[in-house]
Design a binder for this molecule. Structure first.
Ligand code: XLS
Ligand code: NI
Ligand code: NI
Length: 474
């Protein structure tokens, strides 16, 4: 069996840490040589990664900042983070781009889209998650199981893979979220819930229904709606009002189904401004919120903010997180990043310490993300083709966010940034200010005050000082 050839080798990819190791069977920690592991292995890999350096402090196969059990700001790091692996990027990402063929020839892949291949891939997924030492994963229905000729056959494929995933999850691993892939198949070319074709609307609903059921079955904690092709290419052929009405009806149906099957997970909408359509309806956090408000869905959904989508919409990730948070809607984060020189969703692992610190600032202010967490939603670059790179990328993303959390702890302990912000609004910390904030002061009263007080003395915004304080925590 090919799986038997592959997996013993795969097992050798353990993550060592300055901190406690979270690597299942520790037969060969940090040893990437193909010979290590089950001696009966038939695997004769030719893509053997190099052995990592032996020096712990320089070993890239180790966590330098993430220490799952360490308590920071009153919570264990693992509980602040709730990291999860995105199945699609990690196990379905091929490295292909519009100009070139796939580059990733993973040793467990056989080049087919068969059920047997899907199962082998699922095993590889759990090997990876276990070695990385995280407890969660995220998936689309069609990532994990192949499409078949009919919906019933496709559902049967999904059931087989879900049964295997359930077994491999054991008692520890659960989906952070599941979702339905409503954008890849040609039937969804005009959208799913917003397709002008009623048959597509029905098909999409059936897919979400099933995907929610299997997420529930696997013990998933959330269910995501990213509006794959819910948008338009031109308004000339589009009835925008009608499409938005349809989308609302669809989401109402999903919320009803959730209750009917007793799924207690959070429903999350993931805003994105464009790509693949020119204009996606869930443009950003504010647009999505106003949509939910208008259609009476605001209590049924929260938001999954993706950093790369935030920058595509012309905001920072911190802006989107804060917009969601102050409205009580921050549910989950797709913690990736774009490239400042490139204008699309490059889905890179987050490596910017400043950005990670701002992200974690929102998370800490939110009191954490549970039952949400961090989904990486990030992929290796086309040119990164070693299995080892999958580990390095995740370790780097996890360490970056862990570093962000440590920086937030410094900022909070230091207190001067919080103090600076508080001081800016000091004039409202008065009896009169409180009355204004309570909506109790009318314009006549304000005019009287303005006359009495004369020209206001307006203090400095202290932006540079704020920047110095922030930078010194990094
Ligand atoms: C695509 C989205 C997608 C969602 C899940 O840009 O980020 O990956 O997270 O459907
Ligand atoms: Ni995403
Ligand atoms: Ni994305």
């Amino acid at each position: 069996m090919r799986a038997a050839r592959v997996l013993p080798w795969f097992l050798c990819l353990c993550v060592v840490s300055r901190y406690p190791i979270h690597c299942g069977a520790q037969t060969c920690p940090a040893d990437l040589q193909t010979e290590c592991g089950d001696p009966s292995s038939e695997w004769e890999g030719s893509s053997s990664p190099e052995s990592p350096q032996s020096s712990m402090s320089k070993n890239p196969m180790s966590y330098r900042w993430y220490n799952a059990e360490e308590e920071i700001l009153g919570k264990k790091m693992k509980d602040w983070m709730r990291f999860s692996v995105a199945f699609w990027h990690t196990f379905r990402g091929t490295g292909a781009d519009p100009f070139g063929a796939p580059t990733k020839l993973w040793p467990w892949e056989d080049g087919t889209n068969s059920l047997a291949m899907a199962k082998r891939r699922m095993r590889a997924n759990f090997e990876f998650i276990n070695k990385l030492g995280v407890d969660r994963w995220c998936f689309h229905d069609r990532d994990i199981a192949p499409d078949a000729k009919t919906l019933a056959e496709t559902n049967a494929n999904l059931d087989e893979l879900v049964a295997l995933a359930k077994e491999l999850q054991g008692s520890k691993i659960r989906p952070l979220w599941g979702t339905a892939q409503l954008f890849m198949h040609p039937r969804y070319m005009h959208g799913a819930a917003t397709s002008p074709e009623v048959g597509v609307y029905a098909y999409a609903a059936a897919q979400v229904k099933k995907a929610m059921e299997v997420t529930h079955f696997l013990g998933g904690e959330n269910f995501v709606f990213w509006g794959g092709r819910e948008g338009y290419q031109t308004l000339l052929n589009t009835d925008m009002k009608r499409e938005l009405d349809h989308m609302a009806a669809f989401l109402r149906g999903a919320a009803d189904w959730k209750k009917k099957i007793g799924f207690n997970g959070t429903l999350l909408i993931e805003p994105k401004p464009q790509e693949p359509t020119k204009h996606q309806y869930d443009w950003d956090a504010a647009t999505t919120m106003s949509f939910l408000q208008k259609y009476g869905l605001i209590d049924e959904f929260k938001l999954n903010i993706e950093c790369n989508h935030a920058t595509l919409s012309g905001h920072s990730c911190h802006h989107e997180l804060e917009t969601a948070r102050i409205n009580g809607l921050l549910g989950n984060i797709d913690a990736n990043t774009g490239d400042p020189q490139i204008g699309w969703d490059t889905d890179q692992f987050l490596t910017d310490i400043g950005e990670a610190t701002l992200v974690m600032l929102s998370v800490v202010r939110n009191g954490g993300l549970a039952p949400g967490g961090f989904n990486f939603d990030a992929k290796l670059r086309r040119e990164s083709t070693d299995v080892e790179d999958l580990f390095l990328a995740h370790i780097s993303g996890m360490d970056t966010l862990a570093r962000g959390l440590r920086n937030v702890a410094k900022l909070i302990e230091d207190g001067s940034l919080g103090e600076l912000v508080k001081r800016r609004y000091h004039s409202f910390d008065t009896e009169f200010g409180a009355q204004i904030e309570g909506g109790k002061v009318d314009f006549e009263t304000l005019e009287k005050k303005a006359m009495e007080w004369g020209e206001p003395v307006v203090p400095s915004g202290k932006q540079e000082l704020a920047e110095i304080i922030f930078q010194s925590a990094l």
